[in-house]
Design a protein around this ligand. Structure first.
Ligand SMILES: C[S@@+](CC[C@H](N)C(=O)[O-])C[C@H]1O[C@@H](n2cnc3c(N)ncnc32)[C@H](O)[C@@H]1O
Length: 202
């Protein structure tokens, strides 16, 4: 049978995640706004990779689903979670192909993953009052940078794109890192937003 895009993507990420260090610090947007996290509840780390955000969320007392297409990353995360007694449920799924299950969460984290058709499903997957933390690369500024590797614009946000995409949520924090024409740090956007407590649950 011919290999699908799904197989190619899984192979690529499996190779990367076999080598990388586990339990690195959580994404900045989550660390900087950790005080907003509920003391209990459930959370989702979407496209979790080795699960640095899931680990952080579970360490704060939340039960966390960690979803990724890479079975290698999830096996490593599961071992670590079991060793550390952390409540992390790993789920191997292609979310670009299959979307999200109908479950709802108190907290959702998306870091360095962008698949725009999922924006609506992400909002639906928040419980009323639930919090979304999103952090990834921004495209517009990247185009002006001279001293960096080229970045595939399919994986980069437009300026303010997260604010527009999640305009139905209450935005607590939004920041895009400033233009850095000579640095080698790619610019990013960070969003913290919540679903109105009165919002319909679907
Ligand atoms: C740049 S990594 C980010 C990992 C993690 N969120 C972090 O910040 O450390 C992108 C992740 O998206 C996952 N991914 C890519 N396409 C996917 C898909 N279609 N379904 C599920 N996960 C996917 C990859 O396996 C990889 O772990």
């Amino acid at each position: 049978m011919p290999k699908s895009n799904h197989d190619d993507s899984r192979t690529k990420w499996n190779l990367r995640h076999a080598e990388r260090e586990l339990a690195t610090p959580a994404s900045e947007v989550l660390q900087q706004h950790a005080a907003m996290l509920p003391k209990q509840g459930n959370a989702l780390d979407l496209a979790c990779g080795l699960g640095r955000n899931a680990i952080f969320l579970a360490q704060q007392g939340l039960e966390c689903d960690a979803i990724d297409v890479s079975d290698v990353a999830l096996a490593r995360l599961k071992n670590f979670a079991d060793e550390q007694n952390l409540k992390i449920n790993t789920v191997c799924a292609d979310i670009e192909k299959n979307g999200l299950a109908s479950k709802q969460y108190d907290v959702i984290v998306v870091s360095y993953f962008l698949y725009r058709p999922l924006f609506e499903a992400i909002q639906k997957a928040l419980k009323p009052g639930g919090l979304l933390f999103y952090q990834t690369f921004v495209q517009a500024q990247t185009e002006h940078r001279t001293n960096s590797k080229p970045v595939n614009t399919r994986f980069c946000l437009k300026q303010n794109e997260l604010c527009v995409a999640f305009q139905n949520l209450k935005i607590h924090y939004y920041n895009e890192t400033p233009l850095d024409p000579i640095g080698d740090k790619a610019p990013i956007a960070m969003l913290v937003a919540s679903k109105l407590a009165s919002a319909a649950t679907d």
